[in-house]
Write a protein that binds this ligand. Structure first.
Ligand code: PEP
Length: 254
């Protein structure tokens, strides 16, 4: 099993959920992790409005913070958008780019995702680049081709194991309660590792973390995280409640 340069990562994606009241969940998570040494990094990616208060709340705790998206320009006439530099200023250390909900809701192409990942790098953030097939693509036997195309198009020049994380999220597994079999996860993650070698070079590909995302819960986390080439989880729904997110960390990494 390739040993990545970094510990696995359990990252929570809050999506468009969370108001100031939700900071009680991060407070609770900090208490639950207090005195524990999980064998993984822990991160929460809240909506933009919570980045500053959550950054202050997390302080020097072991929980890192990330944005959910960024624009590719550092500033300018892009009403409603947020630059990677603005996200970095909140204390965030990472930014998700190319989540399938952004690809579907906002028409984000691989080219746009690549520019966003490059913007994250420019701002000193780790880009968490999401890729994944739809159910139609899987049923047509096109999963690995789709993954190859998305990887080649979405991972920009200058990506390495320190500034980039790949998140494999089958679209049909997100928020549905359905997960691929461990064999299916192993097949795609091995393919990603192999394809990465052609994009970032063999050494960086071996060192790069590849997360699995899609209906990860406390009950299936240990099994999914034990799959070869799975270096952590991107967690949506189950990251909103401290007990559930802690349950995932506990099951897989404590
Ligand atoms: C996600 O949206 O990144 C995700 C994995 O969602 P869920 O865990 O809810 O399936």
């Amino acid at each position: 099993m390739p040993k990545t340069k970094f510990p696995p990562l359990a990252a929570g994606n809050w999506k468009m959920n969370g108001t100031l009241a939700s900071l009680k969940e991060t407070e609770k998570l900090m208490r639950m992790l207090d005195g524990k040494s999980p064998a993984c990094d822990v991160m929460i990616c809240p909506p933009f409005t919570l980045l500053f208060p959550m950054g202050e709340q997390l302080g020097d705790s072991i929980i890192a913070m990330g944005g959910e998206d960024c624009h590719w320009e550092p500033c300018g006439a892009h009403t409603g958008d947020i630059a990677a530099e603005m996200i970095a200023e909140t204390g965030a250390s990472a930014c998700i780019v190319g989540h399938s909900e952004r690809r579907a809701d906002h028409g984000e192409t691989d080219e746009i995702v690549s520019k966003k990942a490059a913007a994250a790098h420019r701002a000193g953030l780790t880009a968490i680049v999401c890729i994944g097939e739809t159910i139609e693509e899987r049923e047509a036997g096109r999963t690995l081709d789709v993954i190859s195309t998305q990887l080649k198009g979405s991972v920009p020049d200058g990506s390495n194991a320190a500034n980039t994380i790949i998140a494999y999220e089958p679209v049909w597994a997100i928020g549905t309660g359905h997960t691929p079999t461990t064999e299916q996860v192993a097949e795609v993650h091995a393919h990603i590792r192999k394809e990465l070698a052609g994009i970032v070079g063999e050494e960086e590909a071996q060192g790069m973390r590849i997360l699995y995302g899609g209906s990860v819960k406390p009950g299936n986390a240990a099994q999914l995280m034990a799959v070869e080439n799975v270096n952590g989880a991107l967690v949506g729904g189950a990251s909103l409640k401290a007990e559930d997110f802690f349950g995932i960390i506990e099951a897989a990494y404590l």
